[in-house]
Design a protein around this ligand. Structure first.
Ligand code: SAM
Ligand code: SF4
Length: 465
């Protein structure tokens, strides 16, 4: 049976021993990272302890290069869908915590969930992250599975549909994970919040989430239950960010060792203000923008093949800076209050989990990222073709996945432009696709892509390779 595998003492020791690293050692590790084989925790600690501005600039350049080599300039887009905010936990940083008596509590009915999904489909979304608070009565697994089935069943005009639902809910047992798998979820996501045991204890004073090890081992149980795409994360601001990065890395390595495949994604949320949540109003270990950029770059170098997710917690300006450092998935047009997509948002804060840094619509985000040369992608092909878990990594590591991803990104972007984009986003998008076609070196690939794009213009949808 899997037990606690995070050794706080060891992480602290690695961070102490790597203080003030020599220029030569940092340069050696930068060279190693360029080979795309990842870094050990010892090596990662050295990069985290680097403070020299010149070396930090080189770390940034290396991370950008790795991002380009492995992921190209694609950014996969999704929307979070909060279905309920009842919670029996008391996480000191979260607006949904049990002791927040001012929160307007909501559990959406299946009709309301369908209505939220139809709003998202009409904006052009194809991928959801479904979440809720932890509450046995108001957020049971039965309810959650019905919510997934409902969301998949909603079809709107122009082929509007949800093609992949990732989920972020409290830890489950193996048999329960099997139920999620049968409901055709994509990735199971769960953040450890903080890997530091002492801080974890303080931040989770009551409720089932108090149990550090049950949460830490959830990904192992998910894998046992057949879910081979799992996403880990830490909530930055609760404890020293360097400790959390090493915690994430030890978690990834443990999964690789025990389950044969590491996490599909790493999320890097930073604490945002939230109603009646003391740790969010005054974060114990605030992470500056410069530190945040450094941690993104170091994670990119340490685990090059693991996708990295950035949410709308961050502002538009910072988001566009860190995309190039290694982000592969972003949320857009988000609301963190159940019912928030349908409803007028003026009252939303009273039901929201935390405040958002980026409140732009999906179309505004797409216009912005495409103007900067990123390819917006709604691709769901790998998951639907069974290219998940170890199979995905086998394709990703020799660079094969790039070939599929670029084509699928362009095809799903084209669908978006045809069906949902504003005139401004269309103009930028069509020009970007023309440029991407011209840059496609192989004549055969270019022809195939052109044929598929034409089929989309003629009305076909959901084409992928
Ligand atoms: N209730 C489940 C749980 O705690 O795992 C499901 C996910 S919870 C709705 C989503 C995540 O939001 C949490 O894991 C936490 O990391 C994050 N979160 C909570 N409060 C936050 C805040 N004030 N700022 C940023 N992220 C926050
Ligand atoms: Fe509940 Fe999750 Fe918020 Fe904690 S983070 S209070 S478990 S919703």
């Amino acid at each position: 049976m899997i037990t606690d595998f995070i050794d706080d003492g060891k992480i602290e020791r690695l961070l102490t021993e790597s203080k003030n690293p020599s220029r030569q050692r940092v340069e050696e590790l930068i060279e190693k990272a360029k080979k795309l084989q990842g870094l050990t925790p010892e090596e990662t600690a050295v990069l985290l302890q680097t403070e020299d501005p010149e070396l930090l600039a080189e770390i940034g350049r290396t991370a950008r290069q790795i991002k380009r080599d492995i992921y190209g300039n694609r950014l996969v887009l999704f929307a979070p869908l909060y279905i309920a905010n009842f919670c029996s936990n008391n996480c000191l940083y979260c607006g949904f915590r049990k002791d927040n008596k001012d929160l307007k509590r909501v559990a959406l009915s299946l009709e309301q969930i369908a209505s939220e999904v139809s709003v998202l489909e009409r904006e052009g979304h194809k991928r959801l992250l479904m979440l809720c608070g932890e509450h046995p009565g108001r957020s049971s697994l039965d309810y959650f599975v019905e919510a997934i089935e409902t969301a998949y069943s909603v079809k709107t005009e122009k082929g509007g549909e949800i093609r992949r639902i990732n989920v972020e809910i409290a830890p489950l047992e193996v048999e329960e994970f099997r139920r999620l798998k049968a409901a055709k979820i994509g990735t199971y996501v769960l953040f450890q919040e903080t890997y530091h045991h002492g801080t974890y204890g303080k931040m989770h004073p009551s409720g089932p989430k108090k149990d550090y090890v049950r949460r830490l081992t959830a990904m192992h149980r998910a894998q046992e239950g057949g879910i081979d795409d799992v996403g880990i994360g830490a909530l930055f601001g609760l404890y020293d960010y360097k400790f959390e990065v090493l915690g994430l890395l030890f978690h990834a390595l443990q999964l690789e060792r025990d389950c044969g495949v590491g996490p599909h994604t790493i999320s890097i949320p930073r604490l945002e203000p939230a109603l009646n949540a003391p740790a969010a109003i005054k974060p114990p270990h605030p992470v500056s923008d410069e530190e945040f950029k450094k941690l993104v770059a170091v994670i990119r170098m340490a685990v090059p093949y693991t996708g990295m997710i950035l949410s709308t917690r961050e502002t538009a300006a910072l988001r566009s800076e860190v995309f190039d450092l290694g982000i592969s998935q972003i949320s857009a047009g988000s609301r963190t209050n159940p019912g928030g997509y349908r409803e007028d948002t003026s009252e939303g804060f009273r039901a929201a989990q935390f405040n958002l840094g980026d409140t732009r619509t999906l179309d505004e985000v797409i216009l912005d990222i495409s103007t900067h040369g990123h390819i917006p992608s709604f691709c769901t092909a790998c998951y639907r073709l069974g290219r998940t878990g170890a199979d995905f990594m086998d394709l990703a590591k020799p660079g094969l996945i790039q070939k599929f991803c670029r084509t699928n990104a362009i095809l799903t972007y084209k669908e978006y432009l045809e069906d949902y984009a504003s005139p401004e986003a269309k103009a930028v998008g069509y020009a970007l696709i023309d440029r991407l076609l011209a840059e496609t070196k192989s004549a055969r690939q270019r022809d195939n892509l052109q044929k598929r794009l034409r089929k989309i213009e003629e009305g076909q949808r959901d084409l992928y390779v």
